[in-house]
Design a protein around this ligand. Structure first.
Ligand code: PGA
Length: 244
């Protein structure tokens, strides 16, 4: 399957950041993997215009409803209207900062599909949960609750992001990553059958140009969800190159 390098800019980026996208598009006119940038929603339309055909764009969150009285939220249809083709749902920062549950995330993933977008469903354990030996059970429960029935390879990506590895420079061992990714794949296969073979499983958490190649060589890792290292064209370009 074609791998995916997905960048999550989080709450970073102003109009001047579009130059990074132009530089990225120029340096990687025909990347060997799918490339996606999820900027803050204020930049989505402009970034979609600047990105060109080789770089897909998406949002970092969406509301479950199509329209309505939800001040400050954006719908999946608005993401599509602004040129996006993906939306990240259930990132740990949203689960923590906004109290999102698996049910919330499940509804947002279905909203993404309703609007014709692919959902990147994020899961991951905390350090305390890993140290208690609960990583597989926590992640398994999140996958079960957050990935909606009817998921298809074409519209569903699962991102495993250990909370303790996000923005910390700490990365699980390759064995730990493989153990979780193999387990997620097995759970998806049990539920979705052969369709699960084509669902991309991303690793996220302190992916950098220097560690990307070995992470991408790990069992059932089909790409990465990248925060800090997606902000600069040079860093993200190094990760894209490692996926080739
Ligand atoms: P990081 O963030 O690459 O800065 O660790 C990853 C993420 O939260 O998606």
């Amino acid at each position: 399957m074609r791998k995916l390098a997905a960048g999550n800019w989080k709450m970073n980026g102003l109009g001047e950041s579009l130059s990074e996208i132009r530089a990225l598009a120029e340096a990687h006119p025909a990347p060997a993997c799918d490339v996606l940038i999820c900027p803050p929603s204020t930049l989505l339309a402009r970034l979609s215009d600047a990105a060109g055909d080789a770089i897909a764009t998406g949002a970092q969150d969406c509301h479950a409803n199509e329209t309505g009285a939800h001040t400050g939220d954006i719908s999946a249809e608005m993401v599509a209207d602004a040129g996006g083709t993906y939306v990240i749902v259930g990132h740990s920062e949203r689960r923590t900062d906004h109290g999102e549950t698996d049910d919330t995330v499940n509804a947002k993933a279905r909203a993404a599909w309703r609007a014709g977008l692919s959902a990147i469903v994020c899961v991951g354990e905390t350090l305390a949960q890993r140290e208690a030996g609960e990583a597989l059970s926590v992640v398994g429960a999140q996958v079960a609750g957050s990935v909606p029935d009817g998921a298809r390879a074409a519209n569903t990506v699962v991102a495993y992001e250990p909370v303790w590895a996000i923005g910390t420079g700490k990365v699980p061992t390759l064995e730990e990553i493989a153990e979780v990714h193999d387990d997620i794949r097995a759970r998806l296969k049990a539920r979705f059958g052969a369709e699960a073979d084509g669902m991309r499983l991303l690793y996220g958490g302190s992916v950098k140009p220097g560690n990307a190649a070995e992470i991408f060589g790990t069992s059932n890792v089909d790409g990465a969800l990248v925060g800090g290292a997606s902000l600069k064209a040079e860093d993200f370009g190094g990760i894209i190159a490692a996926l080739a």
